[in-house]
Write a protein that binds this ligand. Sequence first.
Ligand code: AKB
Length: 335
Amino acid sequence: MAERGEMKRILVTGAVGQIGSELTVALRQRYGGENVVAAGHRTKPSASLCEGGPFEYLDVTCREALLAVVDKYRIDTIFHLAAILSAVGEEKPHLAWDVNLHGLYNVLEVARERQLTRVFCPSSIAVFGPKTPRDHTPQETILCPTTMYGVTKAAGEMLCNYYVQRFGVDVRGARYPGIISSETLPGGGTTDYAVAIFYEAIAHKRYTCFVREDTVLPMMYMPDCIKSAIDLMEADFSRLRHHADFNITAMSFSAGELAAEIKKHIPEFVCEYQPDFRQAIADSWPRSIDDRAAREEWGWEPAYDLASMTADMIDKLSKRHSEGRLYPEDRKTCG
Ligand code: AKB
């Protein structure tokens, strides 16, 4: 394995998405605005994303376009976040296959050809399926996903690990649970209810949840998600026994427990439950995760639990609501 360089010029694909919009800001604070190129596909970026550093429109399924951006900015590190999530993936399985696997293959090939320093590609709890133990799901266990998103993420992990072993490309990634965030809404996942519930509780004091009240899933608050991505990417390679498939979690709760926690802050809040097709997806995923490998190999430790995450979400969204800019579409976009 070649000596490992530093991350100096970073490209973030999917930078307009839920994780990308906040990770780009954090990376720019750490590595300098000009050194972090944000790339989005179709959605208009926020003004702050464009103003903080370079922005490019990029379709990751087009390798020439990706290569052109990598060469233009002399990129040495890619945080590859562009992906189709689980619920949209069930509605558009062919698109999920194309974006999630063809896009990743392009990123890995460009990384191999241009000898990039490092690649980050998030995986998901969606790699697991109904045959996987659902409580404290072990690091090494059955991967038999039943969604197209899960199929692409499981195959993607294996492809990344192959590039590590076969070509010496330093690819890293973790199996993220549902991510709860206050800045950008998630787009088309099964765990989206855990974000939507906050917006609706604040705007309308009511929410109709699309999974059952007793549905338990692993979750993580965005500040922990950002910290995990940066910590994993800055970890000493020689300590890593895993690469693109770390189990990772912060908390587990049912939809009913989340509603009850929100009610502590907004007593009038009422939550109803009308499960739809996403219930079957949620039922195929773990309830809780054993993330000891991540803790041991790169020091993973979350800061937020259900109570502290809920208090912070309500505080942030209430302030924005009082200023008339609760939803992302109420905020300024780029030219
Ligand atoms: C989804 O619900 O599809 C994602 C995920 C768990 O990867 N949030």
